[in-house]
Design a protein around this ligand. Structure first.
Ligand code: IMP
Ligand code: ZN
Length: 348
């Protein structure tokens, strides 16, 4: 049997919850800084570059986490730097053994590009990278809860436009950003419109204690939810929120290190993973922001196995199960076969 690090890298994995600007590694950020300097662009990141990563012992919590993204944003404000960030990040996910990536990002107007150019830049970078990568990448367009409603509607329209133009690249829409900002209800019209056009929906749900909103989100029946921390009564949910999730069995994108480092959960041992697992709610292990939280998907699998005393076979089956929930339906069988091959090769 190969060593543990190698096993978890070699295990083919699907990543379904990765924010582009939160996924920039230190190496990618340095490369982007060099690119910025070479392009003669003003670099405002020097003073706070070291503050990008949030570790477990960090005094910053979930709300502070949202400030660090502006550091990454300052390095992805031109089409060329955004394309470079996408290319380098895709390569890192593939090098870590991902066979399918659903990348998500919030379109921004910058002095150098419009929201449409932002989305199309990422799509073009994905298409270009697909020539030499074996990993398949698709895009989920993000709406930030902090954005005014008009902007959410604009983003939904752009997502629909790009979905029609690049159906094999754009697969979904999602709601993220500071969970204390805005209300889910107000985003329902934009999300419903996108869903009506064929886009799949995933929602950051239950990152903070808000049972009323969790119920509204679950009743909307998104294809998946992210985090799902405050749903079980032990974690700030109620009997009603938990029993509805158990009934609907909506797959949860679980981000262990993200939850620990932002203090949504005190430590790995007390993570709600165990409750989801026991209730047979589908779980997809994800990284969320691998750059900010200095992690990788193989590391998240390794942590999961160690924390919850799982076997390698159970870890491989977690990955196998996850491929049922990818938004690009036409890739499911191929991903399933790839992971099954690995399982058979290693007699798991
Ligand atoms: P971007 O969408 O590529 O710019 O990635 C960064 C953005 O993702 C942030 O500005 C947030 O809106 C969102 N995001 C990243 N991590 C989280 C999280 O843990 N909860 C909610 N939103 C998040
Ligand atoms: Zn997230």
């Amino acid at each position: 049997m190969m060593d543990s690090d190698a096993f978890f890298v070699e295990l083919p994995k699907v990543e379904l919850h990765a924010h582009l600007n939160g996924s920039l590694s230190s190496a990618t950020m340095l490369e982007l800084k060099r690119f910025h300097a070479d392009s003669g662009l003003e670099d405002k990141t020097n003073a706070f570059f070291d503050e990008f990563q949030i570790g477990a012992g960090d005094t910053r919590g979930l709300s502070d986490c949202f400030q660090v993204f502006s550091i990454a944003h300052s390095l992805t404000s031109t089409p060329d730097s955004l394309a470079l960030a996408t290319r380098l990040t895709l390569q890192e996910f593939q090098d870590d053994g991902c066979c399918y990536l659903e990348l998500r990002s919030t379109p921004r107007d910058t002095p150098h590009m419009t929201k449409l150019q932002y989305i199309e830049t990422i799509i073009k970078a994905i298409r270009k990278a697909s020539v030499h990568l074996t990993m398949i990448t698709t895009l989920i367009v993000s709406i930030n809860r902090n954005q005014p409603l008009g902007e959410a509607d604009e983003i939904a329209n752009l997502a629909i436009e790009c979905f029609k133009k690049y159906p094999e690249n754009v697969v979904g829409i999602e709601l993220s950003g500071d969970p204390m900002a805005g209300t889910f209800q107000s985003f329902i019209p934009a999300l419903t419109k996108a869903r009506g056009a064929g886009l799949k929906v995933t929602l950051h749900c239950g990152e903070v204690c808000n049972p009323k909103e969790v119920l509204e989100m679950l009743k909307f029946k998104p294809e998946r939810i992210g985090h799902g921390v405050c749903i079980h009564p032990k974690y700030g949910g109620t009997d009603e929120t938990w029993s509805l999730l158990c009934k609907l069995k909506i797959p949860v994108e679980v981000c262990l290190t993200s939850n620990v480092n932002t203090k949504s959960t005190p430590d790995y041992d007390s993570h709600h993973f165990q409750y989801l697992h026991e209730a047979e709610i589908p779980i997809i292990l994800c990284t969320d922001d691998k750059g900010v939280f200095a992690t990788s998907l193989s590391r998240e699998y390794q942590i999961c196995v160690k924390t919850f005393a799982m076997t390698y076979s159970q870890a491989a089956r977690l990955s196998l199960n996850a491929c049922q929930y990818v938004f690009a339906h036409n890739t499911r069988k191929m991903l399933n076969d790839k992971i099954l091959n690995f399982i058979e090769k290693h007699s798991l």
